[in-house]
Design a protein around this ligand. Structure first.
Ligand SMILES: Nc1nc2c(c(=O)[nH]1)N[C@H]1C(S)=C(S)[C@@H](COP(=O)(O)O)O[C@H]1N2
Ligand SMILES: [Mo]
Length: 322
């Protein structure tokens, strides 16, 4: 089956495992029970089938591919991607896919609030049917120095911003993941600042690359990828692409993310990909493809500079690359 070749004892790769290394130390210090790594499921599709009704949005997929966003490398096979995830709500290993099947996707409500004309809540199925779905091939570069290439389906984040009608005084968008420790055992680990949160500026959120993901590989999004909706911000490190969103809040205060709250010396607000700016504990110069194991040079803005470099003009004094 889909056994991932994990080199847990390889010095380079284990050095580049920020969240796991840091949190295991925290767990030890706290004297807490170890965060159990879920076993790789032999048949995730089966696990999903027994817990869920048919997906009521399945008819929307596959969405038509937007050819504008081309890749320079092969698409990561779906089954490799589906078994190698970061989703700390379900554990701190990469093998959380089986545990994530406990996530209940319906009903799923997204709150649009804060500095908006009128706060509102919208059901996911209602939301997705109002949006122009398309498929985009995007690269994802994790801050841990691995990468993948994914056919995501979804719609521009700018469309969600437009739906929310932010006031002109709003400067940032803050996103929040669900909070339910009865399904997400990771959320019982109380040293984490749950719920997972992330944020971007309004200018970033309305950039054409910023994408709300509702599907992958021509189907509704698998739970381990952050169903029913997550972000894809391909020019930023992967942790900015928050999963399983329940709240979109407009604010004039710069949001503090989950990782920044835990480890501000290592993770900041902007987190734009830059091979020349090392993480405090490892180089960001290269990345390893999770499927082919090929190591390639990392690109500034993960190769998306033509779309986003202008967003950071005049901000050179900020920590743009951590
Ligand atoms: N809610 C939530 N979102 C999250 C994470 C997480 O732990 N919880 N991990 C992030 C990190 S570090 C990465 S690299 C990507 C991984 O996405 P994937 O598992 O679909 O590849 O999700 C991001 N979004
Ligand atoms: Mo990541």
């Amino acid at each position: 089956m889909n056994i991932i070749h994990r080199r847990g004892w390889d010095l380079r790769e284990s050095a580049a495992a920020p969240e796991a290394v840091f949190l295991n130390r925290r767990a030890f210090v706290a004297g807490a029970a170890s965060v159990g790594a879920a076993a790789l499921s032999p048949d995730l599709a089966m696990a999903q089938r027994v817990t869920d009704l048919p997906d009521p949005t399945a008819d929307l997929y596959p969405a038509k591919r937007n050819e504008k966003y081309a890749l320079d490398r092969p698409i990561t096979p779906a089954e490799v991607n589906a078994a190698y995830n970061n989703f700390y709500e379900f554990g701190s290993s990469k093998a959380i896919a089986r545990a994530a099947q406990a996530l209940k996707l319906r009903p799923w409500t997204v709150k649009l609030d804060g500095m908006v004309e009128q706060p509102r809540e919208i059901g996911f199925d209602d939301l997705v049917r109002q949006m122009p779905l398309e498929e985009r091939l995007y690269r994802l570069r994790c801050v841990e120095a691995w990468s993948m290439a994914v056919p995501w389906s979804g719609f521009p984040l700018a469309r969600l911003v437009a739906l929310a009608k932010p006031l002109s005084s709003a400067k940032y968008v803050r996103f929040e993941t669900f909070l339910d420790s009865s399904v997400a055992s990771g959320q019982r680990q109380t040293w984490y600042p749950w719920p997972y949160a992330e944020g971007v500026t309004i200018a970033e959120a309305t950039n054409e690359l910023a994408f709300v993901v509702t599907g992958a590989y021509g189907k509704p999004l698998p739970k381990q990828h952050g169903a029913p909706l997550r972000l894809a911000l391909p020019w930023k490190y992967g942790f900015k692409s928050i999963k399983s969103i329940v709240r979109v809040n407009f604010t004039d205060q710069r949001p503090k993310s989950f990782w920044e709250s835990l480890q501000p010396a290592e993770y900041g607000f902007w987190a734009n990909v830059n091979p020349a700016v090392a993480h405090p504990r490892w180089s960001q110069a290269t990345e390893e493809d999770i499927a082919t194991k090929e190591r390639r040079p990392t690109q500034l803005f993960n190769g998306y500079g033509e779309y986003v470099a202008h967003l950071y003009k005049g901000l050179e004094g900020e920590r743009l690359y951590a």
